[in-house]
Design a protein around this ligand. Structure first.
Ligand SMILES: *Cc1c(COP(=O)(O)O)cnc(C)c1O
Length: 353
């Protein structure tokens, strides 16, 4: 694929690494390409970062046809830059596109876009451990008509944001509220797709939990409100006795790449990992009996995030000793070790640039 590059004439200064935060500053450029039924994907280009204009009737503004991905470029100690399992993100984006009737990407083109873009913006990949250049590919339906029909025009974009360490102040356990009113998605819906609409529908519960002092909600399934699904925008895992349990992918859960990697690392370490249904009743009895030893969320942003307290129906339970558990810490060390190139990547997950 040919990518036309127009460089900015006003390069910005990379902000100090300590001040980065998440998703607030962007690199100098952005990638765009367009799709229509006749030409397929075309006009792939990298242009200076800036506002885009949309037709007021654009599909995405009315019917929410939008999907996205999130991955990071990591700086190794030797100065090189690498990605973590980028093909997994590309394949997932195509599964999301298929669900939302958006056009698929050619896998090798998508990888070329990521590589070309990160090489161009390399100076924005911060250097300290825990920091990264966050990459946000996204796609939206862009027909200029209000008719409700399959998408005939779409736009794919990639922007990037140098981001600080998620754990700049140390790994602090988070407090989570089990949500029993709103649901995130249902089986047959869009739960397994990484789409903006899932987030729009989740915000209310998250805001309510925040007002009560909880940082995220733990979702229950949308049919019986009985089975654990995921936490906020992370997958979730529990150590109950000697078994590590994570909800099986029933269709309403986002198949996280961190989740998949955690399962592979844990199995490699010899743990018993079960992907199965886990009811909130089973979870509460494990909390009451003390069998629940550890709980953590997992996702690209935080890698793993220990859960210190869980609240359900006005009761609050402390998980384990309320701190970071042994397995959680091990996963954090191994995954971040591979991602930032500090330990050997025996799984072959790293894609060097
Ligand atoms: C992106 C996402 C995750 C985590 O997926 P990773 O591939 O591990 O980053 C989990 N849940 C939801 C709802 C998500 O959008």
């Amino acid at each position: 694929m040919e990518i036309k590059i127009t460089k900015t004439t006003t390069p910005s200064v990379m902000p100090p690494e300590e001040s980065l935060g998440f998703g607030k500053v962007f690199t100098d450029h952005m990638f765009i390409m367009d799709y229509n039924d006749k030409q397929g994907w075309h006009d792939a280009r990298i242009v200076p970062f800036g506002k885009i204009s949309l037709h007021p009737a654009s599909t995405v503004l009315h019917y929410g046809a939008e999907i996205f991905e999130g991955l990071k470029a990591y700086r190794r100690a030797d100065g090189g830059v690498q990605l973590f399992r980028p093909m997994e993100n590309i394949k997932r984006m195509n599964r999301s596109a298929e669900r939302m009737s958006l056009p698929l990407l050619e896998e090798k083109d998508a990888l070329q876009i990521l590589e070309t873009f990160v090489r161009l913006e390399e100076r924005f990949v911060p250097k300290s451990f825990g920091t990264s250049l966050y990459l946000r590919p996204y796609m939206f339906g862009n027909d200029e008509s209000l008719g409700v029909h399959a998408v005939h025009n779409a736009t794919f974009m990639l922007i990037a944001s140098p981001s600080g360490s998620y754990y700049a102040e140390g790994i602090n356990p988070v407090n989570i509220m089990i949500e029993s009113e709103d649901v995130r998605t249902v089986r047959g819906g869009t739960g397994y797709a990484k789409c903006g609409g899932n987030y729009a529908a989740s915000t209310r519960a998250g805001e309510r939990a925040a007002k009560m002092g909880y940082s995220q909600v733990l979702w229950l399934d949308g049919v019986e409100r009985k089975y654990i699904e995921e936490v906020g925008a992370m997958n979730v895992m529990f150590k109950i006795g000697d078994e590590i349990v994570t909800p099986e992918l029933t269709g309403s859960i986002l198949p996280g790449i961190t989740r998949k990697s955690c399962i592979e690392v844990l199995k490699d370490l010899g743990y018993k990992v079960s992907e199965r249904l886990l009811s909130v009743d089973e979870l509460v009895s494990a909390l009451e009996s003390g069998e629940l030893k550890e709980a953590w969320g997992c996702g690209t942003a935080a890698v793993v995030s220990p859960i210190g307290k869980l609240a359900y129906n006005d009761k609050e339970y402390v998980v384990g000793n309320g701190g970071i558990g042994e397995v959680t810490q091990k996963l954090y060390d191994i995954l971040t070790g591979i991602q930032w190139g500090k330990i050997e990547d025996k799984f072959n997950w790293i894609h060097k640039l």
